[in-house]
Ligand binder design. Structure first.
Ligand code: GCO
Ligand code: MG
Length: 403
C-alpha cells in the first residue's frame, strides 16, 4: 500500500488545529494531530515543506522505518516542532494500518489491558468558592478524578482558570501573546487552603490533582508538596520548569505527594533521568508531541522499568485525533495511570466525529478500525485559522517569568 499524498489541514473549530491526512493508493487514509498550541504554522510548514514530499511513494505499512527515516534522517533531531510533525505522520500510519486490518489500534498494540481509561476533568474557579463548586459539578458529571485550579486572590489571569462557564482555553486570539502576572507567595499559601476546602466539601473518594505549570523553584515545590500531603493528591503536576529535571531530586526527598511531569517533553531523552532515578510517578508526554505511538511505546516500556506510570496530556489543544490515539494507547499500556480529559467544544467535536465515549469516569476508544476519528473537511472550511498565542507571565515588578 503506497502513500499517494498527504494533506496538511488547518482549521479553527473553537480553536486552532493542524491535522495531517495521509492518503494511500488503496483508498484508505489516516489522520494525525499536528497541533502545537500557538505555533501551529511552524509544524504545518515543517510538514508541507520537509516531510510530505518525502512520504510520497513509500509503503504505508512500514511505520517503524518511516519513523526512523523522519527522525534520524532529519539530522536536526528532537524539539517540539519536529517531533509534533513526526508524531502526526506516525499516528496517521497506525490509523491506516488499523483500517487496513479492520482492527482498532489498541488491538494492534497488544489488546486491551483494562475495560476503560480512567480520566480526570478540569475544575477551575475565578474564586476558591467557585473552584470548590466546580469540583462538585465534575463529580456530578461522573468524574472519579478532578484537577482543581483557582484564581489567586488579588491577581488577574491565573493559569488554569476559565473565563466563563466554558472550558478553560489558554490560547488567546490576537497578534501577540496576552500578558499575565504571577506571584509565588500568595499562590503557595492559597493552594493548600483550596484543597482542604475541597476535601471538607466533597470528601475523600474523588482523586484530586493540581497543576503548578512550571512556576516554582524546587525548594518551593518541595514545600507545596509537603503542605498538600494531608489532602492526598493523586498528583502534583509540573512542579518546576521542565528544563530542571535535577530539581526533582530535592522535591522527592521532601514530599510523598506523587509527582507528574512531561507534557512539553518530546523524546525519551527528556525523561531519562527522571525515570532512571525514579524521581516522578507519572509521565505526561502525549502521543501527538512525544513521537507518536511508535516512540511512545518505547518510552512507556522504559518508564515501566522505572516504576513510572503514564498520565498523558489531554488539554483541548490536543485534537480529538490525539485524544483517540491516546485512548487506544491507554487501553493497552500495562503501566497506565490516568488520562487527562478536557472536553472539546461542540464545534470541535462536530469537525472531528469520533468513536470514543465517556461513561462513569472512564473513556473508551471504541472498536472502529484504526483510531475511530474522522475529519469533516466541508464543515472545517467554515472555521478558518486565526492567529492565537499562549500567554506570557511576569512578576509584579515586571520581571519575565514562566507562564
Ligand atoms: C494541562 C496543560 C495545559 C497547557 C496547554 C498548553 O495540564 O492540561 O498544562 O493547560 O497549558 O495545553 O497548550
Ligand atoms: Mg499541565
Amino acid at each position: 500500500m503506497k502513500i499517494t499524498g498527504a494533506d496538511v489541514l488547518i482549521s479553527s473549530p473553537g480553536r486552532n488545529f493542524v491535522t495531517l491526512r495521509v492518503r494511500t493508493d488503496e483508498g484508505l487514509h489516516g489522520l494525525g494531530d499536528a497541533t502545537l498550541n500557538g505555533r501551529e504554522k511552524a509544524v504545518a510548514a515543517y510538514l508541507s515543506e520537509h516531510v510530505v514530499p518525502c512520504l510520497l511513494g513509500r509503503d504505508a505499512s512500514r511505520i517503524e522505518d518511516i519513523w526512523q527515516y523522519l527522525y534520524r534522517g532529519a539530522y536536526w533531531r528532537r524539539g517540539p516542532v519536529t517531533m509534533a510533525a513526526i508524531s502526526a505522520v506516525d499516528t496517521a500510519l497506525w490509523d491506516i494500518k488499523g483500517k487496513a486490518l479492520g482492527r482498532p489500534v489498541y488491538d494492534l498494540l497488544g489488546g486491551a489491558s483494562r475495560d476503560g481509561v480512567l480520566v480526570y476533568g478540569h475544575a477551575s474557579g475565578r474564586s476558591m468558592d467557585e473552584a470548590v463548586n466546580e469540583v462538585g459539578r465534575y463529580i456530578d458529571l461522573g468524574y472519579r478524578a478532578v484537577r482543581a485550579q483557582s484564581a489567586i486572590e488579588g491577581l488577574a489571569g491565573t493559569y488554569g482558570v476559565g473565563k466563563g462557564k466554558d472550558n478553560y482555553e489558554p490560547a488567546e486570539r490576537g497578534a501577540v501573546p496576552a500578558e499575565t502576572v504571577f506571584a509565588t507567595r500568595p499562590y503557595m499559601d492559597q493552594v493548600p487552603r483550596l484543597f482542604e476546602r475541597i476535601r471538607d466539601e466533597h470528601g475523600w473518594e474523588t482523586e484530586l490533582l493540581h497543576d503548578v505549570h512550571h512556576r516554582l523553584a524546587p525548594i518551593e515545590a518541595a514545600r507545596l508538596g509537603k503542605d498538600l500531603e494531608s489532602c492526598r493528591l493523586f498528583w502534583l503536576e509540573d512542579a518546576v520548569a521542565c528544563d530542571n529535571p535535577e530539581g526533582f531530586r530535592l522535591i522527592r526527598q521532601h514530599t510523598t505527594t506523587p509527582l507528574a511531569v512531561g507534557e512539553v517533553f518530546n523524546t525519551v531523552h527528556d525523561a531519562k533521568l527522571l525515570i532512571d532515578e525514579q524521581l516522578i510517578d507519572y509521565l505526561r508526554m502525549p502521543v501527538c508531541h512525544g513521537g507518536g505511538i511508535t516512540h511512545l511505546r518505547k518510552v512507556a516500556a522504559i518508564a515501566d522499568m522505572g516504576f513510572v506510570r503514564t498520565g498523558f496530556h489531554g488539554a483541548t489543544d490536543l485534537s480529538p485525533v490525539a485524544m483517540a490515539a491516546a485512548l487506544h494507547f491507554d487501553l493497552w499500556v500495562p503501566n497506565f495511570g490516568i488520562q487527562e480529559y478536557m472536553r472539546h467544544s461542540e464545534e470541535t467535536d462536530a469537525v472531528f466525529p469520533h468513536a470514543y465515549t465517556f461513561e462513569d469516569g472512564y473513556l473508551h476508544p471504541g472498536d472502529a478500525p484504526g483510531l475511530g476519528v474522522d475529519y469533516d473537511e466541508a464543515l472545517a472550511a467554515k472555521y478558518p485559522y486565526e492567529p492565537a498565542f499562549l500567554p506570557v507571565a511576569r512578576l509584579a515588578d515586571g520581571t519575565m517569568f514562566n507562564w
